[in-house]
Design a protein around this ligand. Structure first.
Ligand code: ADP
Ligand code: MG
Length: 232
């Protein structure tokens, strides 16, 4: 893969990103020229109302969707120039995802859920898998539940599993789409704290979306999105 420099040497660089959807006769402009740079190790929140374009933007970074126009660089890789196979390898090996609805597998234990991404990641030797999973279980505070089935867990515990699973492959970038939207305010605070401590300890770049104004005091960088544009 060619290494390309982003604007100002940024670790993640989104350049003039446009994405529209055709809905019958109507054209929905979900992203209208997004320019955004993230530094390595930065913890950034994107704040915007429902429908403002947060998920669309995260899907571009996650190599899940492609823009109509623009450029996406992550760690020197020009994502839109990758073949489909290279893109899915990049996604599996270099990115971590955390979702609003947790998306963990209910019939597997905490341990097995966190192990899953390692089983399909050829970069990490089998001999390292167990230790990696155990380190993350300790870091997210789920040691007593390690062998519990995930369907026995609370929402906050499920999101801890999801955070551990997102981090176990040592991704360069973790994307979290409204990870606290289904949690009460106390649990929300705990989940933000876990993500921030992971960011501090492992120097992983985090980008997470929220519509919750209360969260903006917690994080060191907030960008606002409105009608598909970054507004501050
Ligand atoms: P958010 O995550 O901030 O709630 P989204 O990125 O999901 O916002 O949506 C931004 C806009 O794009 C909305 O108007 C939404 O209706 C529209 N949109 C998103 N995905 C699609 C799609 N697959 N087809 C049509 N319109 C879509
Ligand atoms: Mg969304």
């Amino acid at each position: 893969m060619d290494v390309v420099n982003g604007v100002g040497g940024a670790f993640v660089s989104l350049e003039d990103l446009h994405r529209s959807y055709q809905l019958g006769e109507a054209r929905v402009e979900a992203l209208r020229g997004i320019n955004l740079q993230l530094k390595k190790g930065e913890f950034t929140a994107i704040l915007g109302a429902s429908g403002s374009g947060k998920s669309t933007l995260l899907n571009m970074l996650g190599c899940i969707d492609v823009p109509n126009k623009g450029r996406v660089l992550i760690d020197g890789v020009d994502i839109l120039r990758l073949t489909e196979g290279a893109k899915s390898r990049f996604r599996n090996e270099r990115l971590g995802f955390i979702f609003q609805s947790f998306n963990i597998i209910a019939v597997l234990s905490v341990y097995d859920n966190i192990m899953l991404p390692l089983l399909i990641n050829p970069l990490i030797p089998a001999s390292e898998r167990h230790q990696r999973v155990m380190d993350l279980i300790v870091d997210v505070g789920l040691e007593p539940q390690a062998r519990s089935l995930s369907n026995k867990l609370s929402g906050g515990q499920r999101q801890r599993v999801a955070i551990a699973r997102a981090l176990v492959t040592d991704p360069v970038l973790v994307l979290a789409d409204e990870p606290t939207a289904n949690l009460d305010s106390e649990t929300t605070q705990q989940i933000i704290d876990v993500m921030m401590s992971m960011n501090a300890k492992r120097h992983v770049t985090f980008f997470f979306s929220t519509h919750d104004e209360k969260l903006i005091r917690q994080v060191n960088r907030v960008v606002r999105i409105k009608d598909g544009r970054i507004v501050e």
